[in-house]
Design a protein around this ligand. Structure first.
Ligand SMILES: Cc1cc2nc3c(=O)[nH]c(=O)nc-3n(C[C@H](O)[C@H](O)[C@H](O)COP(=O)(O)OP(=O)(O)OC[C@H]3O[C@@H](n4cnc5c(N)ncnc54)[C@H](O)[C@@H]3O)c2cc1C
Length: 540
């Protein structure tokens, strides 16, 4: 199938991959080695995926070292991080290093946005339309568009009249923007908001944070790392990377097997304290087995979290808004963020919190944000308002089945896939890190590699048998949907209005968008499907 042709002249490939983040680059690396001709199309100007776009002040990962990197020894052997939770700049440097080592970008077309793709039934190929690289053809199309490719800005009245700078966090200028001395409003309290607030509070003139739902943020416990200590730990990396495939979220935690309700209050507290001190997601994903399944167990975690946070906030009224007596939703049913100084920021004279449930934003004016009770003068408006997550990056591309139906139409009443890999009626379209796969519940690089391997193995298996077409069957799609729904119903995720549920986007069908059975079960299901000759797919 493969032949060597300059990337500038060639327009037909075995595989077109969309997106040059962890997932797309892993596909390129693996498929190219197997002799497939591959072209990666990337809207951004550099490698890095979300770390290209999310370059706002404070942007950093919430997966700890060494999990947020490839598990390829040739890469980790010679790379070290300066912090336990690296920032976007260091991630960019990491991607440049990966590029140097694996020689990836010769097969990536940057500044190329995929706008449409239609399956040419007669030729058995996808015809991919782009802004930047014209029209390409590919036997297989593998969108690796991530879950955050479509930023969301709510319809705030008067937004267009604002005379200052207004920026969505995911559209931050590449050259940066100084926060010092500014009067800043941050709309939203998700992960990006938390990170911007921590950077802005110490340097800005005034900061007003508009909160709809408090972020049940966890202590990051950031640490500086030195190369010597990391080098000494590297002998243990293979075991850490192996452990990922046995963990719900693709982390290196050992499974928590006990119920929070079967231990004494003292014992429970000791476990909570231990995970809190460990930092990162340990308190979310590694305390007790039933925190995300049982409301009473969940409440014990919430109460611990609330008391920890309240102790850091001076004004009791502000404390009650940031960490209410009763949970706004079950703890952890919305992805918690990690914070370092978020709560202390609200002790500063120059920082104010506005609860938009009590005091809704009436409109954005030329010079600020007007609520029922007054106007906040602002010269920088930060829209930390999230994404049309998981599906938005896919449905904003006009992907058409041979029947002419678009993917957006196919999913109008909710996403439907077989194994989170493919949708019925859309041949040779394999989703990576997409809906109904572990994606949003899974550490990004883990998913890029382990779900990525599932796709690579599938393409190699087809080629070995001289097969050129794979298409999910409608009944397999229905069965996977039922499986996802059944698993979801046994969790507390549906009880929060979160992007996990599509609830942050008006009109989006309410459903759990990612696979809630955990990575190990997901991989098992994929393996069973493959062993059965790709059960649930029509092959030819
Ligand atoms: C601010 C932020 C912080 C995060 N922190 C973590 C974390 O700590 N841990 C974790 O596990 N996950 C985190 N995530 C999730 C993150 O998406 C994954 O970790 C990881 O980046 C997924 O890699 P990916 O390659 O699948 O997708 P992405 O990194 O999202 O890359 C997708 C790429 O596709 C490109 N693309 C999309 N649509 C098109 C198109 N139509 N045409 C051309 N190119 C297109 C985009 O430009 C982008 O470069 C974070 C996400 C965000 C937004």
């Amino acid at each position: 199938m493969n032949s060597v042709v300059s990337k500038h002249s060639r327009q037909a490939f075995d595989v077109v991959v969309v997106g040059a983040g962890f997932a797309g680059l892993y596909q390129l690396h693996r498929l190219r080695k197997l002799g497939f001709s591959v072209c990666v199309l990337e809207a951004g100007a550099e490698l890095g995926g979300v770390w290209y776009w999310n370059c706002y002040p404070g942007a950093r990962v919430d997966s700890h070292v060494p999990l947020y990197e490839f598990s390829i020894e040739e890469l980790w052997r010679d790379w070290s991080w300066s912090e336990r939770f690296p920032c976007w700049k260091e991630l960019r440097a990491y991607f440049r290093y990966v590029d140097e080592r694996l020689d990836l970008s010769r097969d990536v077309r940057f500044d190329t946005r995929v706008t449409a793709a239609r399956f040419d039934d007669a030729a058995g190929e996808w015809v991919v339309e782009t802004e930047g690289s014209g029209r390409l053809r590919a036997r297989f199309l593998v969108p690796c568009t991530g879950f955050a490719a479509r930023p969301y800005t709510p319809p705030l009245e008067g937004l267009e009249t604002f005379a200052g700078a207004q920026l969505h966090t995911a559209q931050w200028p590449q050259g940066g923007l100084d926060l010092a001395g500014r009067r800043i409003a941050v709309i939203g309290t998700g992960a990006s908001a938390v990170q911007v607030v921590q950077e802005a509070a110490p340097v800005c003139e005034a900061l007003t944070v508009f909160q709809r739902t408090p972020n049940l943020a966890l202590a990051m416990q950031q640490r500086r790392l030195d190369p010597e200590t990391q080098a000494a730990r590297k002998a243990g990396y293979p075991a850490i990377y192996e452990q990922r495939r046995h963990n719900f979220g693709g982390y290196d935690y050992r499974p928590a097997r006990r119920s929070a309700l079967e231990v004494s209050a003292d014992e429970r507290r000791a476990v909570f304290e231990d995970r809190w001190a460990e930092g990162g997601f340990a308190f979310w994903g590694n305390t007790f087995s039933d925190i995300l399944r049982d409301e009473a167990a969940n409440r014990t975690a919430y109460d611990f979290w609330r008391d920890k946070v309240r102790a850091r906030i001076k004004d009791p009224k502000v404390a009650a808004k940031l960490a209410p007596d009763d949970p706004p939703h079950p703890f952890g049913a919305k992805r918690p963020s990690l914070e370092q100084t978020y709560y202390e920021a609200f002790n500063q004279e120059n920082v104010a919190l506005v609860d938009v449930n009590e005091t809704p934003i009436e409109r954005i004016t030329q010079s600020g944000v007007k609520t029922k009770t007054g106007e906040y003068p602002v010269d920088l408006l930060v829209l930390a308002t999230g994404f049309d997550a998981v599906t938005g990056g896919l449905t904003q591309i006009d992907i058409r089945a041979p029947t002419g139906t678009s993917l957006a139409e196919h999913w109008a009443d909710g996403v439907r896939t077989h194994l989170g890999l493919a949708s019925a009626g859309f041949p040779n379209l394999l989703f990576m890190y997409g809906p109904q796969s572990p994606a949003g519940f899974c550490n990004g690089p883990t998913a890029a590699e382990l779900q990525g391997d599932v796709i690579v193995a599938c393409l190699a298996w087809l080629r070995e048998r001289g097969l050129t077409r794979i298409e999910a069957l409608p009944e397999a799609e229905t069965a996977w949907n039922a499986h996802v729904e059944e698993l979801a119903a046994a969790t507390l995720f549906p009880k929060a209005n979160s992007w996990y549920m599509g609830a942050n986007i008006p009109g989006k069908p309410r459903q759990l968008l990612n696979y809630p059975g955990g990575l190990p079960l997901y991989l098992k299901r994929c393996a069973e499907c493959a062993e059965a000759g790709y059960a649930g797919f029509r092959l030819s």
